[in-house]
Design a protein. Structure first.
Length: 179
């Protein structure tokens, strides 16, 4: 069970702060509910039974998990999509999983697909753009909490680290080719 003040990821609502853990007032039930306040959408509260299994509710990843995810980025595969008709279904499942690795897969899949389309002189599809944006919002929103940053700062931090990683690889390759 989560405690008041903890941050959790709750389904498509993203990162939420646990405001209360108590029975629903006036319900006449002994069932205990979390009162969740979405961090990135103001003015709303969610009342979720603590024993609910309908929607994934899990703890926000740790700072070490963020580092590990960034270190493993290149090794994480893209999503397996049989055909374009199933693409949206696969993307939705990845989002609903509330799993950072699935979000990374979705981001990589959509990004690579968009790059291939642009190389062929085509525009990115609306669907790919929409799911890419949602996965990035979820991932960077979650990363922001343990890094104690805004979502935008977490995205900039991530991009900076990935660029450092790429330039470090290029420098190693250049040094190796000079030998």
């Amino acid at each position: 069970m989560f405690s008041v003040g903890e941050y959790v990821v709750h389904g498509n609502d993203g990162v939420c702060k646990v405001e209360a853990v108590e029975p629903m007032s006036g319900s006449g039930s002994d069932r205990i509910y979390y009162t969740l306040v979405p961090v990135y959408s103001s003015g709303s509260k969610l009342f979720v039974p603590t024993d609910s299994t309908k929607v994934v509710t899990r703890a926000v990843i740790s700072k070490n998990d963020v580092k590990k995810l960034m270190d493993e980025w290149d090794d994480i595969d893209v999503l397996s999509v049989e055909n374009d008709k199933k693409r949206e279904e696969v993307y939705k499942a990845a989002l609903r999983s509330c799993d950072c690795r699935q979000w990374v897969k979705l981001i990589k899949t959509s990004y690579q697909r968009n790059q291939m389309r642009m190389e062929c002189g085509k525009k990115a599809t609306t669907s790919d753009e929409r799911y890419l944006h949602m996965a990035q919002e979820n991932l960077f929103g979650e990363m922001a909490i343990p890094l104690e940053m805004s979502r935008g700062e977490a995205e900039d931090y991530f991009i900076g680290k990935m660029n450092e990683k790429k330039s470090g690889k290029k420098t190693k390759k250049a040094k190796a080719s000079k030998k």
